[in-house]
Design a protein around this ligand. Structure first.
Ligand code: SF4
Ligand code: SF4
Length: 391
């Protein structure tokens, strides 16, 4: 044995024996762990639940190929690479545990549209990563959540905008079998559209009731109105079908209702019931990202629009150009950013000569309206409200 090997063996042996003695020093046990927790608790170090441990390896599959970047709305030229992108979410937030303090500026800018996931060769669940981090921030450091006012408003019995909107007007029918879930924007900021949608179903004599909504919980990824308590009340009242005109609420309800209810987006309900639009305007439809990318709802609104024949200009969407920029609360927190994306998304419709652009999501409706200027020869409506106005 040469000298170097002998010296290495001696060091190894010394460390091993030292380790054995340190294990016998009972009074020292556990101090490292305690010190670690003390040091990192202030930085929002957190532990993973068993379920989170299972999904974490999936979160870490990103190979930094960058293929997803052009699909994200943040990569449109107007932002000059100042905003995050899906690769950034996939890498910086999943290995190692995300640092919640540094994530906060960007984590609420993702609209959860899922466009990046449709082309990722590794199947990285980017939206799940973002939702995971948002949930953790809410649990561990709620003071960092930029929706503090929303939460306070809710505690005061107000909606997320701090308002108490008047109830919708409709005929109360005994033992209704349907719940119409209108969501925060249709109940408040897009109230006129909301009332027309309610009147459409009321005129069709649908037996429905309306929950006094605050928020479905999508922006913060919480249970919101869709708490077990509220769902159980509906089950007790024999309601088994929930209809919603908001794509964001639809996605969240579908997930949280856990198979106990039939969840229908209003376009599915209306196309099954053979509603038709009569119009002389050139009409197009804007697919909400949640409906098309996540739930494959594409044909139902088109069936409704076929009645307008040649006047329906169908602009087939590339899924990567779909998100209007406002989903998942982004339009509420960052209206300027959302409005800039909206202007981009409207360009192909203007070039095609669309006079009436229809959509069926309260966030798309508000944001697309934001992107239309007074000089544009184009109006934006909710598909159902337009149906009510043109039957
Ligand atoms: S998320 Fe997927 S597409 Fe994007 S960089 Fe990572 S592996 Fe590539
Ligand atoms: S979900 Fe949409 S907004 Fe979020 S990172 Fe992916 S493409 Fe971008």
């Amino acid at each position: 044995m040469d000298k170097r090997k002998a010296y290495a063996t001696f060091l190894l042996g010394k460390t091993y024996i030292g380790h054995l003695f340190s294990r016998l020093a009972v009074w020292k046990r556990g101090q490292g762990y305690t010190a670690f927790k003390e040091k990192y608790l202030a930085d929002n170090f957190f532990e993973l639940t068993p379920e989170e441990r299972i999904s974490f390896p999936d979160f870490q599959k990103c190979i930094n190929c960058g293929i997803c970047i052009p699909s994200c709305l943040f990569s449109v030229d107007l932002f000059n690479d100042e905003l995050p992108d899906p690769e950034n979410y996939a890498c910086s937030l999943s290995r190692p545990l995300p640092d919640l303090w540094t994530s906060i500026d960007n984590i609420y800018r993702c609209t959860l549209c899922g466009a990046c996931e449709t082309i990722c060769p590794q199947g990285v669940p980017v939206t799940e990563i973002v939702r995971f981090v948002r949930r953790k921030i809410g649990q561990i450091a709620p003071e960092l959540v930029p929706y503090k006012e929303v939460m306070t408003n809710k505690e005061k019995g107000l909606n997320i905008f701090g308002e108490r909107p008047a109830p919708f007007v409709y005929t109360k029918r005994p033992k209704p079998a349907h719940l119409l879930y209108m969501g925060c924007l249709y109940s408040s900021k897009e109230r006129d559209a909301g009332q027309r949608i309610v009147s459409l179903l009321d005129n069709a004599k649908l037996d429905f009731t309306i929950m006094d909504e605050g928020c479905c919980g999508r922006p913060m990824d919480t249970d919101g109105d869709i708490s077990d308590n509220n769902l159980n009340k509906l089950l007790d009242a024999n309601i088994r079908t929930v209809i919603t005109p908001c794509a964001q609420c639809y996605g969240h309800l579908k997930e949280k209702a856990n198979g106990n209810f039939t969840i229908l987006h209003i376009t599915e309900f209306l196309s099954d019931a053979n509603f038709k639009i009569k119009t002389k305007s050139k009409v197009s439809y804007y697919d909400p990202c949640v409906l098309y990318i996540k739930h494959d709802i594409y044909d139902a609104p088109r069936q409704l629009l076929k009645a307008s024949g040649e006047r329906f200009i169908d602009i087939n969407h590339d899924k990567s150009l779909l998100c209007c920029g406002a989903g998942s609360g982004v339009g509420v927190l960052y209206p300027e950013m959302a409005g800039a994306v909206s202007k981009e998304r409207l360009k192909p419709f203007k070039e095609a000569g669309t006079e009436v652009l229809l959509t069926e999501c309260s966030y798309c409706l508000q944001n697309l309206r934001r992107g239309v200027s007074t000089n544009d020869n184009m109006k934006v409506y909710s598909l159902s409200e337009y149906l009510y106005m043109n039957m």
